[in-house]
Ligand binder design. Sequence first.
Ligand code: HEM
Length: 346
Amino acid sequence: MKLDWKCMKNSFKKSVIISLVLVYGVIAAGSIVRMTGSGMGCPDWPKCFGYWIPPTERAQLDWKANHPYTKGQVIILEEELRVAQRDFLSSDYYNDNNWNIYSQHDYAQFNAYHTWIEYLNRLLGALAGLGVLVMTILSFWSRKTNISRPIVSVLILLGMGFQAWLGKTVVDSNLAPYRISLHMGMALLIVLGLVFLLYTCKRKAFSVPGSIFIKVLAWLAVLLTLFQIGLGTQVRQYVDVQMDQPPRQWLDPAPLKFYVHRSLSLLVLGVHLLILWKLRKIKYSVKIFHQILLLIGLEILSGMVMFYLDFPFSSQPLHLMLAALLFGAQSFFILQLMSNQKSYDL
Ligand code: HEM
C-alpha cells in the first residue's frame, strides 16, 4: 500500500486520518466505559447531572438551602433523581414544585470515577464530531474532481449525529443490549466511510489481474468477520449479565454462541490464509493483508486470554478494538481489490 506523498500533505487527507484516529479513540473509550460499568455515570445527556463539567463529590448533588439552581440541574433526594424545572434560588425548605422527578430511568447513584470516565468518553466523542465536521468542510474543496468525498463526508457527519443520539437512547434505556450492538454497528459504518475517504487519497488504486476467486474469498472473509463481530457482541451481552459474579464464572457454563464464536474464528483465519496463498501464487504482496493477518492472530489470542485467564483487566476493550481495527483494514483491502486502477488524485 503506497500512499501518495503529495496527497499526504493535503489537509483533507490529514483531516480524514485525524477523524479516523479520533473515531477509534471513541470506540476504545466506549469499551472502557463498558468494562468499568460507567455507562450510567452520567444519568442525563448531553449534560452530566445537569452540568457541563460534572460533579466530583456526592455532596454536590445534595439539596441545599438558599442555593441558586439552573434549569436541568440534578439533585439526588431520597434515592431519586430530581431535575430543576427552571432557574431559581432555593429557600430554607425543599419545595417539590421546583423539581421534576427524572423519568427516563430510576438509576440514582453517584460514583465520581464512573461519572468522569463517562464524561471523558463524551468529550472525546465531541472532539471526534468536530474532526469530522472540519473534514466535511474540507471535502467540498475537491467536489469537482471527486464528488464522492463531500457525499461520503456528509453521510459520516450525519452518522456521527445519529451515533450521538443513539448514545443518548442507550443511556435512556439503561443500557439495553440491542441498542449497544446497534451502536457498535453504526461505529463500524463510520469507520467504513472514513476508510473509503482515506482510500480516495491513494494515488494509484491496486488491482489484482484475473483475481475473481480472490475477490469472492475477500468478500466472504469480510462477511464472516462481520458475522463473527455480531456473534461476539451477543457473547458480550451474555457476559454483561454475569458480571456481578466473579470473573471465573462469567462463561462457566458458557452458552452455545460462545463456542460457535470461538470455533468460527478458525474459519475466519482459514479463509484469510487461503487468500494469502492465492496472492502468493500470483506473486502479489499486499502490505495491508499482512496487517489483517496479524490483527486476526492478536484477536484470537486476546479472546483466548479472556476465556482461559478469566478476563484480565483491559482484555475486553483490547478484544473489541482489535475487531474494529480488523474491520477497518479489511475495508481498505476490499477497496483495493475492487478498484479499476483509477487515479484518485486531487
Ligand atoms: C476473528 C476472530 C474474532 C473476532 C473478530 C471477535 C470479535 C469479537 C467482538 C466484536 C466481541 C464483542 C466485544 C464487545 O462488545 O465488547 C467479542 C466478544 C468476545 N469474544 Fe471474540 N472475536 C474473535 C475470536 C474470539 C476467540 C478465539 C475467543 C475465545 C477463545 C473469543 C472470545 C470472546 C469473548 C469471551 C467475548 C466476550 C467479551 C466481553 O465480555 O467483553 N473471541 N468478540
